[in-house]
Design a binder for this molecule. Structure first.
Ligand code: HEC
Length: 301
């Protein structure tokens, strides 16, 4: 019986040990082709490199060290590369941007920590250590993103959320074609993606399918977040409510007499127990004081 167990355990141990040691060697970043080709809309020059240096010192230096000095934190596994290394500089701007966005294991994700502008500026700083680097600027102009309009509507029969993206340009309102669209439902503890990441068609439209049993508020409203990524206008976020969910009468975390309540609505049993506890203790204290007083009095006699 015991013998039979040995090979199994042995194989398991080998796999565990191997995966532990091979993990740091899991090199290469698997960046999707369209992300790899992404370029910065910020010009990489002395000024943006200088600003990027400030971002770097605050957010990256603790692990990666001073660029070009090969003094990154060697106790980490994998060791954070010196970003002036050939290996790092061979990555495209899009790849660097993707790595900053997603992170991997110890390398944190900066998607929600740094603005898109700051993420590009830090890349500008990284590139300032590479003399043979020539930038390809993106045609995106995010300062014009306020011209973009995102329209949401709901087809309740087919359970489809229709997103249409347009921009008011000089020539009139135009549909944004082939923009990347991600749709999320806002939840208590984070965002829930609906359907896959889609691209708009020639009319600037993307259709998202979802399951009918999405819980909404009392009247079935669900807070939706649309994230648009357009080559010309950059990244645009919009938030709106749509009646696509199942009406759910769940009291909010602060409404009820819950024990974790931060408002003045503690559960009644807690109020009674607490108050009677305080009262009983008070009476007991008075009784003690009275006893002491009596002892003192009899001593005086
Ligand atoms: C907590 C430590 C830590 C911090 C902070 C950190 N990194 Fe990293 N970084 C790492 C590690 C570890 C790796 C290697 C990850 C791997 O290969 O799986 C890495 C990898 C990278 C890579 C890939 C380089 C290559 O040649 O493969 C880039 C680019 C990078 N980091 C940039 C940054 C930038 C820019 C910042 C600051 C905005 C930053 N990192 C902050 C730990 C860190």
């Amino acid at each position: 019986m015991l013998r039979k167990n040995i090979p199994y355990r042995f194989v398991l141990t080998v796999i565990l040990v191997a995966s532990f040691y091979l993990q740091p060697f899991a090199q290469g970043w698997d960046v999707p082709a369209d992300k790899k080709a992404k370029n910065s809309y910020i010009k990489f020059d002395k000024a943006t490199a200088k600003e990027g240096e400030t971002v770097y010192t605050k957010n990256c230096q603790s692990c990666h060290g001073d660029i070009g000095k090969n003094n990154s934190l060697k106790s980490l596994k994998p060791i954070p590369p010196d970003l002036s290394s050939t290996k790092s500089q061979q990555l495209t701007d899009g790849e660097l941007f993707y790595i900053l966005n997603t992170g991997r294991m110890i390398m944190p994700s900066f998607n929600n920590v740094l603005s898109e502008t700051d993420r590009w500026k830090v890349i500008s700083y990284i590139r300032s250590f590479n003399n043979s680097y020539i930038q390809v600027l993106s045609k995106t102009d995010p300062t014009k993103s306020n011209l973009v309009k995102i329209n949401l509507s709901y087809d309740s029969i087919n359970s489809i959320v229709r997103v249409q993206v347009t921009a008011s340009e000089k020539a009139g309102v135009v549909a944004l074609k082939n923009s990347e669209i991600i749709l999320f439902a806002n939840r208590y503890f984070g965002k829930l993606q609906i359907d896959k990441t889609l691209r708009t068609d020639n009319d600037g439209i993307a259709l998202f399918r979802f399951t009918k049993n999405l819980p909404g508020d009392k009247s079935g409203n669900v807070e939706l977040i649309v994230k648009v990524n357009d080559d010309k206008y950059g990244e645009i976020l919009s938030q709106s409510k749509l009646k696509i969910g199942v009406p759910t009468d769940k009291p909010s975390l602060t409404e009820k007499r819950a024990i974790w309540n931060v408002l003045l609505k503690a559960p009644i049993w807690l109020i009674i127990t607490y108050t009677s506890g305080v009262l009983i203790f008070g009476v007991f204290l008075l009784f003690l004081l009275y006893g002491l007083f009596r002892i003192k009095k009899s001593g005086n006699n």
